[in-house]
Design a protein around this ligand. Structure first.
Ligand SMILES: C[S@@+](CC[C@H](N)C(=O)[O-])C[C@H]1O[C@@H](n2cnc3c(N)ncnc32)[C@H](O)[C@@H]1O
Length: 237
């Protein structure tokens, strides 16, 4: 039995409020609960993009902006970070000022399912640990396709369940019993119960590839990272 909703408009409202509430603790808990491995996962995402100078990137569900900051360490590009949570955007914007990259990284509060951009404008679109949180996956994927330029890359980092039985047991124990307890100690207690349940209810690897292909993307593929706890999906418009 699920405690939370994993599709639809009410999920969207719940997720928006939850991230508004935990925004101040998000970075700290992210690095703590992933034991710092999230930095490596985002680096792999950035490598996959193969960006060139002056290209444009849309980071959907940017949260506190860490994908964008990882990109700007290596590339001279323009980034827009879009997020549905007002408070996550506020934190991201302040971080970009502190890091003195606010001339290259701008922010929009908005919905990944209804992007406020023209067709064919971005060279790359990234979304890291955001896609699972979206209310309508089909609608969002259509929007990603629409705003990318032909030849542009869509890259998605998302949790998956490891395929190896041993790692799956370790992962399930950590995600179900350890992570919610640590999370509850520092932040809204349901947020870290929602996380494992949302992974369990998310699309699997094959369904993700099928969804990307169904919207017109070419060469959808994935790479498992860290024993398949996370997968890096990518495809070309
Ligand atoms: C787990 S955080 C990921 C943040 C960041 N990308 C990272 O790698 O740390 C998920 C983010 O997805 C955002 N989100 C959820 N639904 C969204 C939607 N429909 N449109 C845009 N952002 C959304 C949340 O507000 C939250 O900031």
């Amino acid at each position: 039995m699920n405690e939370f909703l994993h599709r639809g408009d009410n999920k969207k409202k719940f997720v928006q409020k939850m991230f508004d509430d935990i925004s101040g603790k998000y970075d700290f808990l992210n690095h703590l609960l992933s034991l710092g491995i999230d930095l490596y996962w985002r680096r792999m995402l950035v490598k996959r993009l193969k960006l060139k100078n002056n290209q444009s990137v849309l980071d959907v569900a940017t949260g506190t902006g860490d994908v964008g900051f990882a990109i700007l360490k290596h590339h001279n590009v323009k980034i827009i970070g879009l997020d549905y949570s007002f408070n996550m955007v506020k934190h991201a914007r302040q971080k970009s000022i502190n890091k003195k990259v606010n001339d290259k990284f701008s922010f929009v509060q908005g919905d990944g399912e209804n992007l406020p951009f023209e067709d064919n404008v971005f060279d790359a679109l990234t979304i890291s640990y955001g896609f699972r949180n979206i209310g309508h996956f089909e609608q969002a994927m259509s929007e990603f396709f629409r705003v990318l330029k032909p030849g542009g890359i869509c890259a998605i980092l998302e949790f998956q369940e490891p395929e190896s039985k041993i790692f799956k047991s370790i992962y399930q124990f950590y995600f179900k019993y350890i992570l919610p307890r640590i999370g509850a100690f520092f932040a809204r207690s349901d947020a870290y119960r929602y996380l494992p349940e949302s992974v369990q209810n998310f699309l699997n690897r094959k369904e993700m590839l099928k969804l990307m292909a169904s919207k017109g993307f070419n060469n959808p593929q994935y790479e498992d990272l860290t024993f398949g706890v996370t997968s890096l999906f990518s495809a070309i418009k």
